[in-house]
Write a new protein. Sequence first.
Length: 89
Amino acid sequence: MTGTHPRNTAPMQASPRCGARTRDGGTCSAPAIQGTARCRMHGGARRSGAPRGNRNAQTHGLFTRAAKAEAGQDRLLLDEAERLLQELK
């Protein structure tokens, strides 16, 4: 049987809200985790969020000055070889 007892949603409605920005520019309406300003989906849970350090900034070195210079030397060598092959024909 449903609806036989009143639901006590007042504490849930009175709890502080997350406050993180949503894609449409509004604020998240989920309740914040106790002791934080964010909900479980926006970083309020323990050990949530990005790992320490910016590993995204690590580069592979393909576009360093040395790599570009080496690629230029390779291109010159290939151009010279192609020119020599054309002369032999």
